[in-house]
Design a protein around this ligand. Sequence first.
Ligand code: TRP
Length: 329
Amino acid sequence: MDIVLSGIRSTGKLHLGNYYGALQNFTRMQENNKCYFFIADIHSLTTHPDPKLLHENVKNVLVDYLAAGIDPEKSVIYVQSDLIETTELYLYLNMHAYLGELSKTSSFKEKARKQPDNVNAGLLTYPTLMAADILIHNADKVPVGKDQEQHLEMTRRFARRFNHFYDVEYFKEPVAYNFGNELVKIPGLDGSGKMGKSEGNAIYLADTPKEIEKKVKRALTDSGPTEQNSVKPDYIENLYTILKVVSTPDVVKHYEDKWNTCEIRYGDLKKQLAEDIIKVTSPIRERILEIERDNEYLKKVTLEGAEKARESASKTVNDVREIMGFKKF
Ligand code: TRP
């Protein structure tokens, strides 16, 4: 059984794109792997979030994940800052992480450009903390998007370097978890590409049916096709892409035919689309509303999660200390 570890950004609520792109796969993944899911709240400190909002952000993400099917009975779900062992390993790994390579990381360069007044050491060592997250459980696989591949590559390099320096075969080199063809990309509603890329183009799992109807209604369209069987412009194709995911094949065929014969009425298409999105999100939203009020449950989940995570984490830290030469008197 593989050890799979997934780090979750603690900013932003989850949208339909996250649901089909990641969450659905996560719920499947937990059936036949040893899965760790953690919320990366320490990483979020690099941008100096308002302390009053930090906890709320963690809570939102935690609630969304639980509501969408991450099962604390099957997986280990925890908050990064609850597992202090990670930060200890981070400190040790930093002794073998070099300024040259860290400052060349794409994410560092991008952030340094975006926040020139706050190019802090945490930002520089973001990849070391991420490596510690992964190596603390000696994970085999890490589901990551394209933007995180370089960080994963650095994790492998840190693992290799540690093993080589101390002449051990301790850390495994984690690889990206590949969902292959199952990976579904959900476009946004404004023709801008990916859902979540720009303001207002995402449908959140926690959105009310009214909000969903409103957002879908506002989606970009035009005056309709003038030639039979014509190619759809991107922003129309996007609506069909979402329809294919949330609706039945019959419904999709109906609207494809309407398009091809130039009889499409966007009002109808949008009504149908909103209705079918609501069918998917409603049960999740109900769970969100239920869980978010239940602080006892959230407390239990995070406490037990951290406890379970600590089993492998404290072993790793003890082993690493020994390898590096620390000894008790
Ligand atoms: N850097 C990741 C992101 O921005 C989040 C993350 C932190 C992560 N630690 C991780 C992902 C460990 C995978 C494994 O999305």
